[in-house]
Write a protein that binds this ligand. Structure first.
Ligand code: 5RP
Length: 220
C-alpha cells in the first residue's frame, strides 16, 4: 500500500499554490506529501503542522512551520485518513493527532484527503474510532461512550504498555465494534461528553476532495 500512498500524496501537489501557507496533517501518507513539498520547484511559503512528528519532517525538508494563530484562515489542508466513506466523511486519529487535525481542517477552505484504496468503506466504524480525552476524565468518558454506543472503548497503549500521550498531553480511547450509520449525530453526541477534547469523526467537516492512490489516482 505504500506505493498507493505515495501516488496519492504526489497527486495532491497539484492542489498546492506556490508561495502559500498550507495546513499539513500527520501519518505515513502525509510523510510522502511532505517529501514532495520539499522538492517543489516553486516552493510554498510555509505550513501549519498538525503534530510534532510532521513539524520535524517539514523542517527537515526546509519548510517553515507557522502558528495557526499567526496565519489566520488557510486555503488548503492536506491530510490522510484511517477510513473514508462515499460522502467523504472520515475516521482519523490513528496517529493520535486528531485534535490538531480537526482544528486545521476547520480553518481551511479546502480539505484534500490522501488515501490508499484500503481506506475506502461503505460504512465507517471498522477502524476503531479514536477519542482524545482529558486524563482525569478517562473512565467517565469510557462509561458514557459505552452507555451511548454499546461499543467498547479501549485505552490506547504504546509498545511499552503505557497510555499513549498526545501532543496536547491527553489520552486516547479507541471505540471498537461500531457501525456508524449516522456519523454527524455520533460526532455531535460524543462531543457533548465532558472531558472529550475531540472525536476522530470528520462528518461535520468532511473532506472536500479525496485522492485515492493508484495508477492513475482516483479523485472523489
Ligand atoms: C493521524 C491520522 C492519519 O491521517 C491516519 O492515521 C492515516 O495514517 P496513514 O497515512 O499512516 O495511513 O489521522 O492522526
Amino acid at each position: 500500500m505504500s506505493e498507493a500512498k505515495r501516488l496519492a500524496a504526489e497527486k495532491a501537489i497539484e492542489y498546492v499554490e506556490a508561495g502559500s501557507i498550507i495546513g499539513v496533517g500527520t501519518g505515513s501518507t502525509v510523510a510522502y506529501f511532505i517529501d514532495a513539498l520539499g522538492s517543489m520547484k516553486d516552493p510554498i511559503k510555509g505550513a501549519v503542522s498538525s503534530s510534532d512528528q510532521s513539524t520535524d519532517r517539514l523542517r527537515a525538508v526546509g519548510i517553515e512551520v507557522y502558528d495557526l494563530n499567526a496565519t489566520g484562515p488557510l486555503s488548503l489542508y492536506v491530510d490522510g485518513a484511517d477510513e473514508c466513506d462515499p460522502h467523504k466523511r472520515l475516521i482519523k486519529g490513528g496517529g493520535a493527532a486528531l485534535t490538531r487535525e480537526k482544528i486545521i481542517a476547520e480553518a481551511s477552505a479546502r480539505f484534500v484527503c490522501i488515501v490508499d484504496p484500503s481506506k475506502q468503506v461503505d460504512v465507517l466504524g471498522k477502524f476503531p474510532l479514536p477519542v482524545e480525552v482529558i486524563p482525569m476524565a478517562r473512565s467517565l468518558v469510557a462509561r458514557e461512550i459505552l452507555a451511548l454506543t454499546r461499543a467498547q472503548p479501549v485505552w490506547r497503549q504504546d509498545a511499552n504498555e503505557r497510555g499513549v500521550v498526545t501532543d496536547n498531553g491527553n489520552l486516547i480511547l479507541d471505540i471498537h465494534g461500531l457501525a456508524i450509520t449516522d456519523p454527524l449525530a455520533l460526532e455531535s453526541a460524543i462531543n457533548q461528553i465532558p472531558g472529550v477534547v475531540a472525536v476522530g469523526l470528520f462528518a461535520r467537516r468532511p473532506a472536500d476532495v479525496v485522492i485515492v492512490g493508484g495508477e492513475p489516482p482516483h479523485i472523489l
